[in-house]
Design a protein around this ligand. Structure first.
Ligand SMILES: Cc1cc2nc3c(=O)[nH]c(=O)nc-3n(C[C@H](O)[C@H](O)[C@H](O)COP(=O)(O)OP(=O)(O)OC[C@H]3O[C@@H](n4cnc5c(N)ncnc54)[C@H](O)[C@@H]3O)c2cc1C
Length: 319
């Protein structure tokens, strides 16, 4: 069992956590970053939409980020944080390997987990290649191709179908488990030349390691080279640590998420959060920016604590 003390524990070393650690290191705070090596975009071989890093492999961003954090004294602990416990003067971080560390403040940047509905689990092995969640991450890569949409409800179906149409004029909405689509929605889809296919989707059809179609339960195959399932998946925030403190939550289009203010502060004193764990819509650059703000917010809080301690000391000496 090891025991160390740091100003800040950053739990999760993706874009959000690393940018927070960078800001904190440059603010001359001692930081330890815990990470268990399962970033959300692990399946993707490149990143879109990040100015100056466009097309970079996501793992490369993490490697470069770790190097930058180390330059300013940041340390890394590769492992899973299983619990965070409040103490009189901060928190104790408990790891799966039974080690513990003491810290003054905590940033949770643990991301989220995408889950396909059970009946679409067969699509999982194509995740991030031609089974896609977000047109801003993948749309340009599959532009002008025959695309499909599967969603769990009418709102998500309409949202994704209308949006994905921006990248291709050959879009099919698979109704799958949507029992009814109203006349007005059908008219909107017709206006954009989006076709509707009724019936349950059963499986991906793959040839030479590429999606070539979607097989329906009735045996027919609809040729498609990519399918957007962002409206069908569940985005589960990895927020057990935040929830263990009873952090306040709010309902979003993607479900119940812990809330954080503009500087990443949660409702729990001493605990900040940034990135996909609190913001399901955040792409990498937004997660990084949220981490940077949280880093500044944490430094501000530490500065206020340090001032209070210095004042108390000064007054005790002069008393
Ligand atoms: C297939 C796919 C492709 C994508 N493509 C793009 C794209 O092209 N462009 C783009 O901008 N965005 C893309 N995204 C979105 C991108 O993944 C997120 O914006 C980004 O990962 C959010 O960063 P984050 O730091 O919040 O979380 P993450 O990057 O997921 O990092 C969280 C980290 O926390 C660690 N962790 C979790 N729990 C614990 C724990 N208890 N203890 C220790 N460590 C823990 C994880 O191992 C992980 O490394 C894509 C997403 C997917 C699913």
């Amino acid at each position: 069992m090891t025991k160390n003390t740091y100003d800040v524990a950053v739990i999760g070393g993706g874009a959000a956590g690393l940018n927070a650690a960078l800001i904190l290191g440059q603010a001359r705070r001692s930081v330890v970053v815990f990470d268990n090596g399962a970033p959300r975009n692990a399946a993707a071989d490149h990143m879109n939409g990040f100015l100056s890093r466009d097309g970079m492999n996501p793992a490369e961003l993490v490697t470069i980020g770790r190097g930058e954090v180390r330059k300013f004294g940041g340390e890394f602990h590769d492992g899973t944080v299983v619990a965070v416990v409040r103490t009189d003067d901060g928190f104790v971080i408990e790891l799966a390997d039974d080690s513990t560390m003491s810290v003054r403040k905590v940033l949770v940047a643990t991301g989220l987990t995408d889950r396909l509905p059970t009946e679409l689990e067969g699509f999982g092995e194509r995740w991030g290649r031609d089974v896609l969640h977000c047109p801003y991450c993948h749309g340009y890569d599959v532009r002008d191709q025959p695309l499909g949409i599967i969603a769990k409800n009418v709102d998500m179906a309409m949202h994704q179908a209308v949006m994905v149409r921006q990248w291709s004029d050959d879009v099919v909405l698979f109704l799958h488990r949507i029992a009814e689509l109203g006349a007005e929605d059908r008219e909107k889809l017709a206006a954009l030349d989006i076709s509707i296919v009724d019936g349950l989707v059963a499986a991906p059809v793959v040839d030479d390691d590429r999606l070539v179609g979607l097989k329906l339960a009735d045996g027919t195959t609809v040729a498609r080279s990519a399918v957007f399932v962002g409206g069908a998946i569940t985005m589960d925030p990895n927020d057990s640590i935040l929830r263990s403190f009873g952090a306040a939550t709010a309902t979003t289009m993607m479900g119940e998420f812990v809330t954080a203010d503009a500087m990443g502060a949660t409702s729990v004193a001493g605990v900040w959060a940034a990135g996909n764990v609190v913001d399901p819509g955040a792409q990498v650059i937004m997660a990084a920016a949220a981490g940077a703000k949280a880093g500044a917010g944490i430094n501000m809080a530490l500065t206020a604590d340090d001032l209070e301690t210095a004042l108390a000391l000064r007054r005790s000496i002069s008393a």
